[in-house]
Design a protein around this ligand. Structure first.
Ligand SMILES: *Cc1c(COP(=O)(O)O)cnc(C)c1O
Length: 378
């Protein structure tokens, strides 16, 4: 056997080494200004990120969980309200619902792309009074917004995008290809370091086309302050975006399209390399353009396969091994392993392969070769 190639699951080192001088310079500028909270860097980043998403407004916040929480709060979602979402996502989606005192109502995902099942949403909306819906653009693949938006409008349900994994992803609505973040009523983004656009610490943002909502978000993230020491509303908190993180994000935003294109190219290459291997590779829905935050394959005997890959130097990830309704925190809902069969099977079979803008051909070939050994061919 040839020399073993080590393929880490995430490697942020190369990108940061390339940008190090530029980042040091902008961080230096923030230090000179002494404007660490708010100020020009935050304002500029908000303008630039709103423009990038094709949204009218962006409000920088402390992290993606706060972004979703504040989005719900700004919409007026509160105790007693029902919010529809999926059990196959990162826990933060449902934490946000919980934090505003509302009740999550889970529906299953679509087998094809792991995003919310539109038919299941429609069945729920016919029976229950629902205040809002959180559509998660999982793995960088946009939810079926072209169907969800008209459906939600018909039932008077607010639409929140959980875009934490999908900066720059696109869907076709009518004849237009549009980026996520400006599609529903409001969207939450995370800039956790490993996301497609990552800060050097925690950071997040909310985007919207609704000016009144944007104003409420600006109050809610900053103690409800309408003027110094004048607190206009309850439900507010401290969730501001640091100027240093905003400065870093402005540098990185200029590279996001190139990084997403590199991720898409690497995903296409995996598709070719894994053509005969007995796994299911991700597919894009018609009109949708994923930014491949994760490249999650499906494989039976997933855990043994994962171990076999590790023995061959290939690290992988699990997103996510236990659906949220079966987490200890949500056991009181009484929903068992039969409640959401598509999510359940996905949780048992998904395996995220290493994929980053910097992954090399040699590494991808090694992953494919290792996978062929452990999973076999079809
Ligand atoms: C990362 C993530 C979040 C939360 O972001 P944080 O910045 O870590 O709070 C929310 N939803 C999804 C789907 C995520 O992947």
């Amino acid at each position: 056997m040839a020399r073993q190639v080590r393929v880490p699951f995430v490697d942020l080192g190369a990108a940061h080494r390339r940008l190090r001088a530029e980042i040091a310079e902008v961080v230096g500028r923030v230090i000179e200004s002494s404007a660490f909270i708010g100020g020009a860097e935050v304002r500029h980043f908000e303008e630039e990120f709103a423009a990038y998403c094709g949204a009218q407004h962006c409000v920088g916040v402390a992290n993606g969980t706060d972004a979703l929480t504040l989005a719900l709060r700004a919409l007026g979602v509160s105790r007693g309200d029902i919010v529809v979402t999926v059990p196959f996502t990162f826990i933060a989606t449902v934490e946000a619902i919980d934090l505003v005192g509302a009740t999550p109502l889970f529906v299953d995902i679509a087998d094809a792309d792991y995003t919310i099942d539109v038919g299941a949403v429609e069945r729920v909306l016919r029976q229950r009074r629902v205040k809002a819906l959180i559509a998660v653009h999982l793995y960088g693949h946009p939810a079926a917004m072209e169907e969800l938006l008209p459906l939600a409008r018909r039932y008077g349900v607010a639409v929140v995008e959980d875009a934490a994994q999908a900066h720059g992803a696109r869907v076709t609505i009518g004849s237009a290809s549009r980026r996520v973040g400006g599609l529903g009523d409001v969207a939450g983004f995370s800039f956790y370091p490993t996301k497609n656009l990552g800060a050097m610490g925690d950071a997040g943002a909310v985007t919207t086309n609704d000016e009144a909502l944007a104003s409420r978000l600006r109050l809610l993230r900053d103690h409800g302050q309408s003027a110094k020491y004048e607190h206009a509303c309850r439900g507010a908190m401290n969730s501001r975006l640091d100027a240093i993180q905003a400065a870093v994000l402005r540098v990185k935003l200029r590279h996001l399209d190139a990084w997403n294109a590199a991720r898409r190219a690497a995903a296409a290459r995996y598709g070719e390399l894994l053509g005969e291997v007995a796994v299911r590779v991700p597919r894009e829905r018609d009109g949708a353009e994923s930014v491949f935050h994760q490249y999650a394959i499906r494989v039976t005997g997933r855990d043994a396969c994962r171990q076999g890959l590790l023995e061959r130097g290939v690290e992988t990830g699990l997103h996510y091994p236990v659906p949220l309704h079966r987490q200890p925190a949500w056991a009181h809902l009484g929903l068992g392993a039969k409640a959401f069969p598509v999510a359940e099977t996905a949780a048992a079979e998904v395996l995220s392969l290493p994929l980053s803008p910097d992954i090399g051909l040699e590494q991808q070939e090694w992953v494919a070769r290792a996978l062929r050994e452990v999973a076999g061919t079809r």
